[in-house]
Design a protein around this ligand. Sequence first.
Ligand SMILES: NC(=O)c1ccc[n+]([C@@H]2O[C@H](COP(=O)([O-])OP(=O)(O)OC[C@H]3O[C@@H](n4cnc5c(N)ncnc54)[C@H](OP(=O)(O)O)[C@@H]3O)[C@@H](O)[C@H]2O)c1
Length: 270
Amino acid sequence: MNVQDVMPKMGFGTYGRQGEAGIEAMLFALETGYRHLDTAQSYNTEAEVGEAVRRSGLGRDAVFLTTKISTENYGEGQVIASLRRSLETMGVEQVDLTLLHWPSPNGHQPLASYLLPLAEAQDMGLTRFIGVSNFTIALLEEAERLAGTGRIANNQVELNPHIQNKKLASYCLSKGISVTCYQPIAHGRLADDSVLRDIARRHDASVEQVALAFELAKGYAAIPTSSRHERIRSNFEALRLSLSEGEIARIETIDKNRRAIDPAWGPEWD
Ligand SMILES: NC(=O)c1ccc[n+]([C@@H]2O[C@H](COP(=O)([O-])OP(=O)(O)OC[C@H]3O[C@@H](n4cnc5c(N)ncnc54)[C@H](OP(=O)(O)O)[C@@H]3O)[C@@H](O)[C@H]2O)c1
């Protein structure tokens, strides 16, 4: 089975959605129609994700769950042990997608030492699919060499109209690796973009909806988050917004390669 066939293209990010308010936001997202929640060991929202799914009454199979292994858990024996803890925290037997959150900081640990245990976790049934996040083309090539062609199902990267990551994204799609956009609405920083504003006005939509519709039209998944009901709903409604080829081409011209998440220990970006 292909991850593209089962992973809902519009997911709900859970960074910052902690505690009872976080559960409430996730529950509202599930009521709105989101069927994909994105968490990570480092977000401290895995318990909230599990609780929201249970309270929603939807049933485990109805919601696609993604988590990410923290780089702190890349040491020997820790990848599988930490994923087991994540499952326990969420109260589920399996997640749908588990990503390596970042390449090892400064390339300190060899990729094989933390990727191969993740592949083993998949063989054990702890996760349906495996993938990576913040990986470059060179790292993806190495990952495919190590884990085998077709094993890496997803690369989650910063991607929105101001950082379109074109080379990397088209490489991923050409290799059958699905792309998930994080910071898909640039954390609310797109509001002043005149091209997005113009297209939004023509559709009676928000610039954030235009950004999300653009990402979906390119064949990517997106995982916006918000603490506010009206934004949770309006972001989801971007699924109904259809952009013309001309509009997509206009948005392609506003790429500024403006990366917001760029730690000094991160990889050398494409
Ligand atoms: N793999 C990685 O390394 C990585 C890195 C970063 C994020 N992520 C994942 O990606 C998800 C999304 O990224 P993100 O949370 O950083 O950024 P984002 O979804 O692009 O932006 C969220 C921010 O924008 C505001 N917002 C939401 N909807 C809006 C709208 N319609 N209009 C204006 N502002 C709006 C929210 O504020 P309000 O709450 O006030 O609405 C919030 O501050 C995260 O939750 C996380 O799951 C992954």
